[in-house]
Design a protein around this ligand. Sequence first.
Ligand code: ADP
Length: 752
Amino acid sequence: MNLRLVDTSLSVNTLRKYGITLLISLIALGLAISLQQWMHGRTMFFLLSAVVISAYFFGISAGVFSALVSVILADYYLNEPLGQIVSTGEDIFFMLTFLVFSLGISWIEESRLRTERAMMASKAQLEVVLDSLDDGVTAQDLKGQTTLVNAAVARILGFPSVEKMMATPLEELQSMFALFNEAGETMPETELPSLAALTKGVGGEVTARLRFLKEGDKERWLTIRSKPVFDKDGKPVLAINVVRDITERYELDTLRRESQERLQKVLDNLAAFVGVLKPDGTLIEANRAALEAANLTADDVYNLPFEKTYWWSHSEAVQAQLRDAINRAARGEIVRYDVQVLVRDRRLITIDFMLAPVMDDAGKVEFLIPSGIDITERVRLTRLLATQRQQLETVLNNVPGIVWEGRGHPAESDHVIDFVSRYAPKILGYSVEEWRTTPGFWQKITQAEDLEGVTEGMRALLANGEPGTLEFRAVARNGEIVPIELHMAALRDADGALIGACGVVMDISTRKLAEEERARSALELARSNEELQQFAYVASHDLQEPLRMITSYLQLVERRYAEQLDDDGREFIGFAVDGASRLKALINDLLAYSRVQSQEKDFALLDVNRIYDQAIKNLEISIEETGAQITHDPLPEVMGGENLLTLLFQNLISNAIKYRREEAPTIHVGCNRQGREWHFTVRDNGVGIEPEYLERIFIIFQRLHSKDEYSGTGIGLAICKKVVERHDGRIWVESTVGQGSTFHFTIPAIRR
Ligand code: ADP
């Protein structure tokens, strides 16, 4: 501190100064004269005292003035001869001695006075300076005594003045405040830098929180800086502490730091890659996403030219492109392009890259901000979409029909077709161009008679929401009438409002012809079937009567004329009777066959166990004769015709008995549920069937054996097939020659 010393002696009024000096000198002279006898000639003591007092209070000039006055008056009043000034050499010597002596004393006094005044002034100035400081200043001696406190300390602590503060007892002070460190822990005195200053003679600084315990724990942030003051031996004797209230700055710093941290967090948690470059392209920051994507740490890439970092290391062309981008951005341009960058595991991803300059207020580029978003997936999807679109178009263009898409309601005249597949000209003959440039195309090509129906149909179909089909006649370009089928679906926006329609147009003329043809044949077939049935029934029914006549007359001849006939005649009649009875069987079977179609139009719920029992009962005789063993699974209930199903079981079981081997037949009727149908089996251990005949045996009159081996008409299985088919089932056979056969058939299960 550089304090200017001020000569305060000049401030005393000069006249008053010399007046007082004169007065002092006169008093001293008076005292000297009056006390002459007792002082034994040492009266000079008074005069010298006057000089000293004058010099002491008013400086050297006053001292000299006093000495002059004193020496003259003393010579005049005290030195012999009295009443004379400088009368003898002795007088001169006395005067000179006195003057020199006084001068010396005055000079000493003067300098002492000056020093003293200077010190006082300096102290006063120091106090002023100290008190005008914003920082608190205290001094502390080795005993821990506070020897100096300025006003700022009181202010920081919330006292109106130093005096008030000093008047507060220590205990009270301690109950008012507490110091904490930055982490919020109580700060022991040993942590204060004043201790180190006093004990070790080193300065130091701490940041502390001053808590006002009585004011709701209000806090202020302080820095406390201490410096030692050494004595002449270099030992620390005093610690000067400077306390600065940094609350505002600290809070500002905290705010700034927090905002910076927040920003950093935002950057680090962005999915996008973000960094900061110096204008020359040196990377000085990269966010976490960017670093982690490539498994890098800041040290790997910071302070490198950006284009030389890992991300760009896969291609020189990419590096050159980036360098160029940096140069452009450094000139203030925003550069943006899609580019591939290298990430972890040497994988390449595509990013939407942008390099943007950040300018200062003067418009100078301060930084460059590179950023990128991973668009690999988007790029892949776009490409995929393009390929798929192409594929789709290829497919659409190769559909043997016109695939179309249009805007607006297709029943309105402002409907415009946007897309039509290349097949367009092949049906109706209109070019792709004509389809796409003719508004209300559907109305234009619909045949006049069908127009109303088509319009209504379209409205109903699109209102309904489901895709649907309309058939109508269209007028081709060459005037020909072509039946077409229009498949159509509505196109709606996100709110469900109709924005258009799409679909496929097919030429159905061939199908129409075929359909007509089919309908015609079906009708004919039904008619001829009917006729055939009628014929079979009539034939078999009407044939029975003459056959009965033939048989009975043959039997009459046999009975009556057997005696007259020779052996041959009897044998021939035997053949004729046999033929007639076989014809009877045939006619019966044929009748049964023809009845399958007409019998039992309404099916009922039947217990198959009962059907089975009936069939067995009908076969009682042959079962007994052959000793057949017949077993069965529990049988279900089905919807069917009672007589028909009895006939079915009866035929299959009787075949199983008939086509037996030497041993007694063993037959099992099985049944299990398979999905929506019952699966029945009739298994025997009979002669079996050659594989090539497995299908033929179900055809009417197809037999594998001669009438001599096994009697039969070849109608039984044909009847079975017909019965099963009338019940919406299937019938087939599996067989091994010499081991046996299994006949399978299905009947739909009733839905419960
Ligand atoms: P048929 O009146 O001749 O028995 P079917 O239509 O009932 O007429 O049978 C046709 C042919 O199928 C029979 O001639 C026989 O050769 C063969 N067949 C039918 N059932 C069996 C069976 N269980 N085992 C072996 N062959 C059989």
